[in-house]
Write a protein that binds this ligand. Structure first.
Ligand code: HEC
Length: 442
């Protein structure tokens, strides 16, 4: 290590301190090359580069320095890197969040005037997280590229035939993103021919598709085509930029029988005219698995039937469902035997724009509780799957709790300053509260 640059930085810091007068002389200011660039390379650049979804590049000192204050602010309030899981409950795989020391480093760098430091002092970049790659067997995409039209967001559903002729298990989920500047999140829903919804569901999907003159049809909070209508759907996949590939737990997979249809739901950010996209959902398949698994949605059956009241003006409305979920899962979870309980491998949430916090927890018979996932702050744009580092066990006597907190006050920008009464539904101005677990047999 050359000591001259360090000394130089130290003298520079002393000068700053001397001029500032009140600063404490306890630390050398962090520099871009030595302290900030390595973190940015591993935690920010995957999105913040030309042609990716981040609104500006962060690939050089010249790009980052003028934004030093914004960078510090975004890591301090934990909006960046995007990761909603509240710390202190559980360990999750592919967790990109920054520790307190690193966040302080961004603040100290900004406060010191974003010093560049010595380019020869570059330290090893942090490794990127969540980039486990695997071979895939099938890519599902719209029959032709779709040109993004809605502004600033475009929510689009494409109905796709499942091409396999034998039962297969999806064991890993990833994406082949085409236009990464516009793709914000992807969800996929499975409609089996033996669905509790009956055959009519395929006609319904076709009707929504036909009614929309463009490729696919407009959809927002789920696979339903018109605001207000809603259908219980089996989740097959969920993806946001930065999440990386999603391998399902070893030995497990989601059963897909022949004759199924998949609804691929795309959330596009539209930065301007003429943005074609032909993104595909890439799946790893197996002919059989040891333990079939499924995404199992947990909510109160009363919400879709009787509504979920979120009165205009209320700044903290909490809705909770708590019970043994297995009877409810029975309707939506196919191919998984639940009588001995189940193991929980991952969790995700679904709310719309008034949601501010979500909690999914295991309640044991002795009254103790284990948090599976608390998402805070909730952000509709960053719906991702949180993979537990260690699976959790639901057994006889346990209950599952999902709670969602909504802010329908004029102070919440999502209300546009003019709240109105809100209830359950799939439209942009409706709300939902669903905690979704990936489960397998014990
Ligand atoms: C997974 C993709 C992704 C990663 C990783 C990411 N960003 Fe972002 N960033 C975005 C997107 C997209 C936006 C636009 C606003 C939004 O959607 O939240 C954004 C916006 C921002 C903004 C604008 C203000 C704000 O807070 O919204 C700042 C500053 C920022 N990012 C800094 C960072 C820094 C610093 C890192 C790394 C520590 C980082 N970002 C990592 C995608 C990402």
């Amino acid at each position: 290590m050359a000591s001259a640059p360090r000394l130089f930085v130290f003298l520079l810091a002393l000068t700053t301190i001397a001029c500032g007068g009140t600063e404490k002389a306890d630390a050398v200011a962090p520099t871009w090359h030595a302290d900030i660039a390595p973190v940015v390379a591993g935690r920010c650049v995957s999105c913040h580069q030309e042609g990716e979804i981040g609104p500006f590049p962060l690939t050089s000192y010249a790009e980052a320095a003028p934004l030093a204050e914004a960078l510090a602010g975004s890591v301090e309030d934990r909006t960046m890197p995007p990761w909603g899981a509240e710390a202190g409950h559980r360990a999750y795989l592919a967790d990109p969040s920054l520790d307190a020391d690193t966040i302080d480093r961004f603040r100290a760098w900004a406060d010191a005037g974003a010093p560049e430091g010595d380019p020869s002092q570059v330290t090893t970049p942090w490794p990127a997280v969540g980039l486990e790659a695997f071979e895939t067997d099938l890519v599902l995409r719209a029959p032709e590229p779709y040109t993004v039209t809605g502004e600033p967001d475009d929510y689009r559903c494409f109905v796709l035939d499942w091409p396999e002729t034998e039962t297969r298990y999806v064991t890993g989920i990833t994406t082949e993103v085409d236009n990464s500047e516009v793709v914000h999140h992807i969800a996929a829903y499975l409609f089996r021919p033996d669905s509790i919804l009956g055959d009519g569901i395929f006609d319904q999907l076709a009707a929504w598709d036909d009614a929309d003159p463009e490729l696919g049809y407009q959809c927002y909070g789920g696979p339903s085509g018109s605001a207000g209508s809603q259908i219980p759907a089996i989740q097959l996949a969920q993806w946001v930029p930065g999440m990386g590939a999603l391998p399902l737990p070893d030995g497990s997979g989601i059963e897909v029988p022949p004759g199924s249809q998949i609804v691929l739901q795309m959330h596009y950010f539209n930065p301007g005219p003429d943005q074609p996209d032909h993104t595909g959902l890439a799946l790893r398949l197996a002919e059989s698995v040891e333990k079939p698994g499924a995404f199992a949605p947990w909510l109160s059956a009363e919400w879709p039937l009787a509504g979920m009241s979120i009165p205009a003006g209320a700044d903290e409305v909490v809705h909770t469902a708590q019970d043994d979920p297995r009877g409810f899962f029975g309707f939506l979870v196919e191919g998984v035997e639940l009588s001995d309980g189940f193991d929980i491998h991952s969790a995700l949430f679904h709310m719309h724009n008034l949601g501010v916090r979500g909690e999914l927890a295991l309640q044991h018979a002795d009254g103790s509780e284990e948090m599976i996932l608390a998402v805070d702050p909730w952000d509709f744009d960053w719906q991702r799957v949180y993979r537990l580092a260690e699976p959790m066990e639901f057994r006889d006597g346990d209950e599952l709790r999902v709670s969602c907190t909504f802010d329908n006050s004029p102070e919440n920008p999502a209300t546009g300053g003019a709240p109105s009464d809100v209830t359950w539904g799939e439209g942009t101005f409706d709300e939902m509260c669903v905690g979704n677990l990936f489960i397998t047999e014990p």
